[in-house]
Design a protein around this ligand. Structure first.
Ligand code: FES
Ligand code: FES
Length: 157
């Protein structure tokens, strides 16, 4: 089956029931997306499909109809995505394991809500667990990234 990932078309010879996470890591070779719990409970495997943050461990690859974006697809032209830059500026990661999922969830949030309130951030990020407890730095990085991201046209501001 064909899948569009980060703008590239992949021909993947996989069982449609295979979780997308397996297809990304083991078939497409994109290891930036992490396995944490396997049951949609931790957010480590978050990718973006058609603008929505999706737990890739819990969606069969055959059910994917839109373009998939992973952590590997965020930087453009050698420049980090504003969320990645903010993550570095705030020195967010500790062990790092949850962070690709955190970043993808944050990107989906900021594309939907360009200037989130603290409550918006807490609500959107609640399902992304970090056993190292980097939550205060994650919130600071999201606020920093919001200030760096281009304002989408047509939002009236
Ligand atoms: S590995 Fe998918 S939510 Fe935990
Ligand atoms: S940085 Fe270690 S689990 Fe989040």
């Amino acid at each position: 089956m064909q899948l569009t990932i980060n703008g590239d078309t992949f021909d993947l010879d996989v069982d449609p029931e295979m979780p997308l996470l397996w297809a990304l890591r083991d078939i497409a070779g994109l290891k930036g997306t992490k396995f944490g719990c396997g049951v949609a409970a931790c957010g480590a495997c978050t990718v973006i499909i058609d603008g929505l943050a999706i737990r890739s461990c819990s969606i069969p690859v055959g059910a994917v109809t839109g373009e998939v974006r992973t952590i590997e697809g965020l930087a453009e032209g050698g420049r980090l995505h504003p969320v990645q830059q903010a993550w570095m500026d705030e020195q967010v990661p500790q062990c790092g394991y949850c962070q690709a999922g955190q970043i993808m969830n944050a990107v989906a949030l900021l594309e939907e809500v360009p200037n989130p309130t603290d409550q918006d951030i807490d609500d959107a990020m609640a399902g992304n667990l970090c056993r190292c407890g980097t939550y205060p730095r994650i919130r600071a990085a999201i606020r920093r990234a919001a200030a760096m991201m281009p304002v989408p046209s047509g939002n009236g501001s």
